[in-house]
Design a protein around this ligand. Structure first.
Ligand SMILES: O=P(O)(O)OC[C@H]1O[C@](O)(CO)[C@@H](O)[C@@H]1O
Length: 431
């Protein structure tokens, strides 16, 4: 309990005294009552165990139980392909991005989310059939896209011995994925029915692929637990970053027409976090006319693409800038290689690529603030497992809290189900 927090939040630039486009501290303080309701909801679910995502950060037994699978997949395969879509895979893809830039001895993990037939076939055929393991993940066990991919993979493996090569993870109900697994003798693991897909990053769905990728998943849970503890034991709801973040998003949308939330990490390995967050926020809050639209951005790339709009376009955006400290990292920019360009590049030469990244990060923050854009900063020095767990937990809590403040149910997606029915109807009619 009470590990050091892996991430730090700074919300000063959300308020009027710092940015003209921000809102008043008085209005923020008026959110305290809604903040208390949200915090009580989270505390109650954590205490009575009815929302297991709020207990998972403290569990370790499940991680130990995956060891035989992790060992087998690590020793047999060069590549492991995850078949799934949406919440069942975005969490693990987010966490697996941690291996980028590390020396990897574990298998390479690939996420085949989409069903574009050309891309799917081309990616699938790039793997060595004998040296590739598969993990098919679907909470419901009935998601058409995932079942299609699973059946096509079974077909392509086309030999009698593939049963140990594919593992399924789905709810313990009589569902199509479980029936397919039984037909082919595949191991089928239980997906906890109380863990909603887009909230599943810290469960087996998110962490088993990460463990196979060689990531220290206990560290991820530790980081999440630190952020969760800080919320559960918060004395004042608005002092807690997740509750305050929800209050700012909700109040800016309600009172200032700021209905877009820009997620802007300056760490490329957080690109997937951004996509994971987009589903979490959109599918949980986009209901009954509520919700704000999440926008994925990436520093520094979008400085050369979106920044003009962000700084001078409609005043309808709240910014979350996620910053690390890359100073001193990466290659050094050597003056002797610049030839006659050296004189004009004086400001740059001798610095590292990380120094440049840090300067660009700070320049963006300063420009957002001076152009009246309400901006929250989330900082850490280096991205590691604890930081990743902390970020995931903060956004899970923030989403749950925002839903409570809007008085909507964060855990369903009724309209998406309508589209699923239509897809089935269309295919049925064509048969
Ligand atoms: O894990 P499942 O049941 O395959 O669902 C995949 C995704 O589909 C949805 O149900 C909506 O289409 C998401 O909420 C979910 O993350």
């Amino acid at each position: 309990m009470f590990h050091k927090l892996p991430i730090a939040n700074d919300i000063d630039a959300c308020f009027m005294h710092k940015v003209d486009g921000g809102f008043s501290l008085k209005k923020f303080k008026e959110m305290a009552e809604l903040g208390s309701i949200a915090l009580e909801f989270i505390r109650a679910r954590c205490n009575d165990g009815t929302l297991p995502i709020l207990n998972l950060p403290y569990h370790r037994d499940d991680i130990v139980s995956w060891k035989p699978i992790v060992d087998r997949y690590q020793s047999l395969y060069d590549d492991v392909v995850i078949l799934g879509i949406g919440g069942s895979t975005l969490g693990s893809a987010t966490i697996c991005a941690l291996v980028d830039g590390c020396v990897i001895t574990a298998p390479r993990i690939h996420f085949l989310d989409n069903i574009d037939p050309i891309s799917f076939d081309s990616r699938l055929s790039s793997f060595d059939k004998e040296k590739t393991g598969f993990l098919a993940i679907s909470k419901s066990g009935s998601t058409t896209e995932t079942l299609t991919k699973l059946l096509i993979v079974i077909d392509r493996l086309g030999n009698k011995n593939f049963s140990t090569q594919i593992i399924c993870l789905t709810e313990p109900t009589d569902n199509p994925m479980r029936r397919i697994a039984a037909t082919h003798g595949l191991l089928c693991l239980d997906y906890d029915p109380k863990v909603i897909g887009r909230f599943s990053a810290l469960s087996t769905a998110g962490l088993l692929p990460a463990a196979i990728a060689g990531i220290n998943v206990e560290g991820v849970r530790r980081g999440a637990a630190a952020v969760l503890d800080a919320t559960i034991f918060a004395k004042n709801p608005l002092d807690n970053p997740a509750i305050a973040g929800a209050a700012i998003n909700v109040a800016l949308a309600r009172d200032h027409g700021i209905n877009q939330t820009v997620f802007l990490p300056y760490v490329e390995r957080l690109e997937r976090l951004s996509i994971w967050f987009r589903q979490l926020w959109a599918e949980s809050l986009g209901k009954e006319g509520y919700g704000t639209t999440p926008i994925n951005a990436m520093g520094v790339v979008d400085q050369h693409s979106q920044m003009q709009l962000y700084l001078a376009g409609p005043r309808d955006k709240f910014f979350t800038v996620i910053c690390s400290d890359p100073r001193g990292l990466g290659g050094r920019i050597r003056g002797e290689l610049a030839g006659s360009a050296a004189e004009s590049l004086n400001y740059l030469l001798g610095h590292t690529m990380g120094d440049l990244m840090a300067a660009e990060q700070q320049a963006t923050i300063d420009s957002l603030i001076s152009n009246c854009c309400p901006t929250r900063l989330i900082r850490f020095s280096n991205l590691n497992e604890e930081v990743m767990g902390g970020l995931i937990m903060q956004f899970i809590l923030e989403t749950i809290a925002a839903a409570q403040m809007m008085r909507i149910n964060a855990f369903d997606q009724p309209v998406v189900e309508e589209t699923k029915l239509l897809i089935r109807q269309f295919l049925q009619e064509e048969n």
